[in-house]
Design a binder for this molecule. Structure first.
Ligand code: ZN
Length: 317
């Protein structure tokens, strides 16, 4: 520390403050770490007594597969995260994970502390494994489990949540997901990779999760007017045979947002909504598949989760 202080020429009265900040930052870094880069930024406020220091510690862990980055809030979260070396994509993910617990425009104060664990030390797209925010109102942690979802240390699922219903709950399902469905006319196996809802033309159709519209197509010979939405990089939902579309390709939608009206367009024998989902490109029964929601893990699930994520917690403590 003495060496660092003499190199950056800080006045004697300020050394104590800097050492205190650094001690706090460094005390949380695991002592066995191989390589550490310490970045100290001096910030001068208009008030001469309010000089403080932003310290970012970037740590290459011995396993070389997990990278730890931390920093302090100075100004807004996005700018502080960028200053610490986090990519816009990782920052977006970070905000999405905590958006129901934290108001990023109001709850953060200068000096609050954040940390992340990322996969890979090389390569251009490090993925978030864990995120933590130390705020005045408390500490918030998100840990990635093997299912790709993030949970709090108590097992509360974070981030994306889905609704099971693209239309109001009062409507009847007229045809279930069935990969072995026998076609009523040809008698051949003709998979039905979605769920059909018997709804009159003009029924509001809602996005079942927040996402990005990747396709909003008119007059497809089979699907008619249809919408395709991608959520969290791996969930794709499709809404077929619509009467009208309220969104266009590239739009961001919220969960529950009305994206169009149901209809009878394309190859359809009567007014209905065909709703389907694929996860990582694989068609799933959207009425039965386990979807990310706000629920808590059961005691057994929590025990497994804690065992799997223990190493991440240790790296952050
Ligand atoms: Zn269908």
């Amino acid at each position: 520390m003495q060496g660092i202080v003499s190199r950056i020429k800080i006045r004697g009265t300020e050394i104590l403050g800097l050492v205190t900040v650094c001690a706090v930052m460094l005390s949380v870094v695991n002592p066995v770490l191989a390589k550490e880069n310490l970045i100290i930024r001096q910030r001068q406020d208009h008030d001469r007594h309010a000089t403080d220091y932003g310290v970012n510690v970037t740590t290459e862990l011995p396993a070389a597969t997990i990278k730890r980055i931390e920093g302090t809030i100075q100004g807004n979260f996005y700018r502080s995260g960028r200053a610490a070396g986090l990519s816009p994509k990782v920052l977006q993910r970070f905000v999405t994970l905590f958006q129901r617990q934290i108001d990023f425009s109001r709850d953060l104060r200068t000096g609050d502390h954040f940390e992340v664990l990322l996969t890979g030390t090389s390569g251009s797209n490090p993925e978030l494994l864990a995120a933590r925010l130390h705020l005045t109102k408390g500490t918030f942690t998100a840990l990635k489990d093997q299912d790709g979802q993030f949970y709090t240390e108590d097992g509360l699922r974070l981030g994306t949540s889905f609704s099971r219903y693209p239309v109001g709950k009062g409507f009847r399902i007229s045809s279930d997901f069935n990969l072995r469905r026998v076609h009523p006319v040809t008698g051949k196996i003709s998979p039905h990779k979605g769920t059909d809802w018997a709804v009159p033309v003009g029924t509001p159709v809602k996005a079942t999760a927040a996402g990005v519209v990747v396709r909003a197509v008119k007059n497809h010979p089979q699907a008619g007017n249809y919408i395709e939405i991608k959520t969290a990089g791996r969930y794709v939902t499709r809404f077929l045979h619509l009467d009208s579309l309220n969104v266009k390709s590239g739009d961001r939608v919220k969960k529950g947002q009305i994206i169009g009206r149901s209809g009878n367009s394309g190859l359809s024998t009567g007014p209905h909504l065909h709703y389907e989902m694929s996860i990582d490109g694989l068609a799933v029964d959207v009425m039965k598949v386990r979807l990310p929601d706000d629920s808590l893990l059961s005691d057994t699930e929590l025990a497994g989760f804690k065992a799997r994520t223990e190493k991440l917690v240790v790296l952050m403590d």
